[in-house]
Design a protein around this ligand. Structure first.
Ligand SMILES: [Zn+2]
Length: 425
């Protein structure tokens, strides 16, 4: 039997797709929200008997390999490799399916594995003492350091170049890796990350595809340096920690979105494992869809400063566009999620997650605060603020379902809302 057929006979399409999309059994089929287009009711269907999937909305469909190609944005060969590795089925050495792009991405993947290993070793070496000091002060235990694969890029700028020299990577592969850069005078390469605490960034399958590097000296700019876009790393398609968080997201039917790598580690170590962050960018539609595949509920917990508040507002707009059920969590004493978990412990954080306000109530509170400020200034009225914001609310959104509330949301009762808001806000 051909290896492709052999692999397909060994792998169950329902189980495979279930690790990416929440499926519900309906008779002999399984259905769920399509991961390939935005939708509110499920038109994505998986047939376990015939081993194929099909979306009645966007017409995506095919076998298990096609699904992996589509969802992981990889070639046929890479999908084959990924599925065989994941299921412990040895793949023949012949690389007959590998095209040039797959080979390039394969080499960059290998470089990232080598880099992660190198950074880890450097962290426990004498050069890594400052970085170790920093993470110890931030209360990260040795177990967490190992679990999150934290590392250190030394200041020499030669560590990765040396590690890569032991393998026969081509200059095209080195140029495309995002890990090393060409010297301007043409004399070889040097490491992109130098003197930084390194956070490996994984894809949904748990493979390292990029890094975030935090400066350790105040004069090193920028504070966070992230991998550039490469053939294996597209910022807008990646969420930090999703590969670890997805199990918790399904179990608790919610995800928690925080801003930074340290916040993720802090919240995760407090036992709230369903936590993710966007990697140094504003949240994007593809990222929201990645979360939605596992749960439609999300709690946004950004830093309590103005930047965090603005980021929260921008993210909420996107989340509502994708019909997510949004809750907003604000921590007092101006603590970020990591600091809050350290200071008050896991139970307190968990309690705050449970008590997070739905977007509706959070918005009402903010509206009230703004209204008060504006009234003092005799500026534009509360109603325009509210009517603007309520337009964003999707109709299936989890707010109290009274007829009056529906009218407020649909906009037909804005006048009433304005007049009586003071009473019930
Ligand atoms: Zn679809």
């Amino acid at each position: 039997m051909d290896f492709v057929e052999h692999l397909k006979s060994q792998v169950d399409i329902v189980q495979t797709i279930q690790t990416y999309v929440k499926l519900r059994r309906v008779g002999r089929r399984y259905t769920g929200l399509c991961p390939f287009h935005s939708e509110k009711s499920p038109s994505f269907s998986v047939n376990g008997d015939l081993q194929f999937y099909h979306c009645f909305g966007c017409k995506a469909g095919g076998d298990v390999l096609k699904f992996i190609e589509q969802i992981e944005h990889v070639s046929f060969y890479e999908a084959l490799k990924l599925l065989s590795e994941r299921n412990g089925i040895p793949m023949p050495k012949r690389a007959e399916y590998a095209d040039a792009d797959s080979k390039l991405r394969g080499a960059i993947m290998t470089m990232h594995e080598l880099a992660e290993q190198e950074f880890r070793e450097l962290l426990s070496s004498p050069q890594g003492s400052d970085a170790r000091g920093y993470i110890t002060r931030r209360g990260v235990s040795p177990e967490l350091i190992a679990q999150f694969g934290l590392g250190y890029s030394d200041r020499s700028g030669r560590s990765l170049v040396r590690a890569f020299d032991r393998h026969s990577f081509t200059s095209e592969q080195l140029d495309a890796s995002g890990l090393v850069m060409k010297r301007e005078n043409g004399g070889g390469y040097f490491d992109r990350f130098r003197g930084r605490l390194m956070f490996p960034i994984h894809n949904e399958s748990g493979k390292v595809i990029g890094f975030g590097g935090r400066a350790l000296e105040a004069e090193d700019n920028p504070k966070y340096l992230n991998s550039p876009e490469t053939p294996i790393y597209k910022k807008s398609n990646v969420l930090y920690n999703l590969h670890r968080a997805k199990e918790g997201i399904r179990k608790h039917d919610r995800s928690i979105l925080v801003e930074g790598y340290m916040d993720v580690i802090g919240v995760y170590s407090a036992g709230v494992t369903e936590v993710v962050a966007s990697c140094g960018t504003a949240l994007t539609n593809p990222q929201v869809r990645m979360l939605k595949r596992h749960s439609s509920n999300i709690t946004v917990n950004f830093d309590p400063d103005a930047a965090g508040e603005n980021a929260a507002e921008r993210s909420i707009k996107l989340l509502l566009d994708e019909s997510m059920h949004v809750r907003i969590m604000e921590l007092d004493e101006d603590l970020d999620p990591d600091e809050y978990c350290k200071k008050h412990g896991a139970e307190a954080y968990e309690a705050r997650v449970k008590a997070a306000k739905t977007y509706f109530y959070w918005l009402a509170d903010r509206a009230r605060a703004k209204y008060r400020r504006r009234r003092q200034k005799r500026a534009s009225p509360f109603s325009s603020f509210c009517s603007l914001r309520f337009r964003d609310c999707p109709t299936n959104w989890s707010v109290p379902r009274s007829p009056t509330m529906s009218r407020v949301i649909s906009g037909s009762a804005k006048g009433w809302f304005w007049k009586t808001s003071a009473k019930w806000l």
